[in-house]
Each structure stands twice: as C-alpha cells, then as structure tokens.
Design a protein around this ligand. Structure first.
Ligand code: P6P
Length: 334
C-alpha cells in the first residue's frame, strides 16, 4: 500500500476554498473573504448552542416580541448577538440590518460592506428538533467610506448583492453561498470545527416533483395559487412543508421543487422579508439555475423601500416557478 493512503485527505476547508476563489470576488482585497469567515465562525458557535439548547436553559420563547411582532425565541437573540459580534470583530462591515433589530446597526465607518440577515429563521422549530437556518445577504456600500452608514447602503435591489447564502442547522450543518459565480456547499465537521467542501457547483433541477406551501391557509390564497396547487395534485407531486424556509429551500434546491409563500389575508404583502430572506435565497437560487419571483416579477429586480418590508415568494425549479406564475396571467412578467 502507498503509505500516503494511510492518511486520507480530509478535503478542502471553507477558508482554503475562499482563498483559492478569491479572484472570483469583484473586490479581491480579501474584505469579502473576511465577512464569509466571520459568518462561518458565528454559525459554528450558533450551531453548538442550538445542539445544546435542550440541555441548557436557552430553548423556548423569551417572552418578548421582536420588531416583526413575532414571539422571540431565546436562540433568536443569542444567534443575533453571535453574528453581530463576529461581523463587528471582523471589521469589514459598516452596517447590519437584522430581522431581530428594528433599526440598522452601525458598525465600522471604514467598512466597505453592509450585511442584511435573519440570524435564525424558523426558530419556533427549535424545541421540536426541526431544521432551522441563518440567511445572509452582503452589499457593497454606496455611501462614502469613512462616513456614517446610510439606509441607501442596504436598500439596494437584490441584483446588487455581492454575496448571499444560508446556514442550515439540520441533520448536518451546512453553509451554502454564492458570490455571483455559482453556488457552493460546505458541510460542518464538528470534531474538527471546520466547514469542508461537500457540494461544489450546486445546480437546481430545471423541473421538480415537490411543492412546499402551507395549504392550511389556502382559503386566503389568490385563486391563481390554488389553481397551481390543484395542478400539482393532479400531477401527484409530493407536498413537503416543514415550516422552516431554509430547510424547505435547501431540499428543493437539491431535489427539484418549488416553495411558495403567497399573499394571505394575514400577510397581504406576503410573510417573508425581502431584504434578508427573499433576496438572499433568490440570488442563490438564480445562481443555481432556478427562479425566484413575487408571483409577478423577479425578486432581485424589486427596489426595497424599507428594511423589514415583506414580499410574496415563489422560488425554486425554473419550470415550476414559471408555471406557477403563468396562473397569474394578467400580471406575471416572468
Ligand atoms: P407559516 C418561519 O417563521 C418562516 O419565516 C419560514 O421559515 C417558514 O417557511 C414560514 O415562516 C412558515 O410560516 O405561516 O406557514 O407557519
């Protein structure tokens, strides 16, 4: 036996991958690389706390509402602190918009980037051990470096993102991101404390057999949405909806499917937030060959007007999203 076979290679770490691909980044000075490292560090710490939530008194609700009017889970707050602290210490970010904070957080005026994030999406699933996730979006600031961060730095169209991705805390923990040159997935090896390249060049199937929507609200959907659901049923597609956007999105990205959160009576603009949920996943989805719309137009073309504005979301396999939007005959531009 060749002695080198005794010690099999462990693979490419996230850090080494970032270094190797640094020429992919428009701003190759390494600042964006540092932001990805900061996000990876915060996700490792958050992962450890999620995995121990049942053993420590950090599971369950905090007993307070967040800016969204939703019941805050203790881990929502903990994850928010972890990501803000990591990005602050990394030094490359001038501002952060978080689902957990009403206003933008000013960090380092010399920073050239802003981050919009949902530090822990689907956190009501923590206590029942269902996958949850972090979603992040990175923009280059448009205001003068050295000056205060401005709202325009964040209220940019999704098409202006320089990086976006998510962390999925599931049966394994994965970090999936894009910088506009395809989508890459890394799987966390907790015994080594490293993310290793596991899903190079992720691609969405063009079509799929899975549809994800909360049919319990179907009485509140537009008829066009119910017409599409009826078509899915006629084709005997599989209904899969775990109440955790990142988990549903990731499964559909790998296997082929569509996730829909449409307008409802309770959420007339949709439930999901444009800046740090829809835009980030839309960037990943399009980079993997999929499609993301608000039911009428491309998500990445929407000009945001408020940090926490919501949008309907139809995202996933290109042919499925096109079909779903075709039922919106009057207005769809896809
Ligand atoms: P509903 C979690 O609160 C979330 O933002 C997404 O992760 C998930 O897909 C959706 O809301 C679930 O919402 O109204 O179906 O319970």
């Amino acid at each position: 036996m060749n002695k080198s076979e005794l010690a099999l290679p462990v693979g490419t770490t996230l850090d080494r991958f970032i270094k190797k691909k640094q020429d992919d980044f428009t701003y190759a000075t390494g600042e964006l690389s540092q932001i990805l490292r900061d996000i990876a560090l915060a996700s490792k710490i958050t992962n450890r706390e999620i995995n121990r939530a049942g053993l420590l008194d950090i599971g369950g609700a905090l007993g307070e509402m967040n800016v969204q009017g939703e019941e805050q889970q203790k881990l929502d707050v903990i994850a928010n602190i972890r990501f803000i602290r990591a990005l602050t210490n990394g030094g490359e970010v001038c501002g952060i918009v978080s689902e957990e904070d009403e206003d933008m957080i000013e960090i380092n005026r010399q920073g050239k980037y802003v981050v919009a994030m949902d530090p822990l999406d689907g956190s009501s699933n923590i206590d029942v051990n269902v996958s949850i996730g972090t979603i992040f979006s990175v923009y280059r600031r448009v205001s003068e470096i050295g000056g205060p961060v401005e709202i325009e730095d964040v209220l940019q169209k999704g098409s202006e993102q320089v990086a976006a991705g998510y962390v999925l805390y599931g049966s394994s923990t994965m970090l999936v991101y894009t910088t506009g040159n395809g989508v890459t997935g890394f799987t966390y090896e907790p015994s080594l404390g490293e993310f290793f390249l596991s899903h190079p060049n992720m691609k969405s199937p063009e079509d799929g057999k899975i549809y994800s929507i909360n049919e319990g609200s179907s009485s509140e959907f537009d008829q066009s949405v119910n017409d599409y659901i009826a078509e899915c049923k006629s084709k005997k597609l599989s209904a899969r909806y775990i109440g955790s956007l990142v988990g549903d999105f990731h499964r559909n990205l790998l296997k082929g499917g569509i996730y829909i959160y449409p307008r409802t009576d309770k959420s007339p603009d949709g439930k999901l937030r444009l800046l740090y949920e829809c835009n980030a996943l839309a960037f990943v989805c399009e980079q993997a060959g999929g499609l993301a719309t608000d039911g009428e137009g491309r998500i990445l073309d929407i000009k945001p007007t408020a940090f926490h504005q919501r949008s309907p979301l139809f995202i996933g396999a290109k042919k499925m999203v096109e079909k779903a939007c075709s039922y919106n005959k009057a207005t769809a531009t896809i």
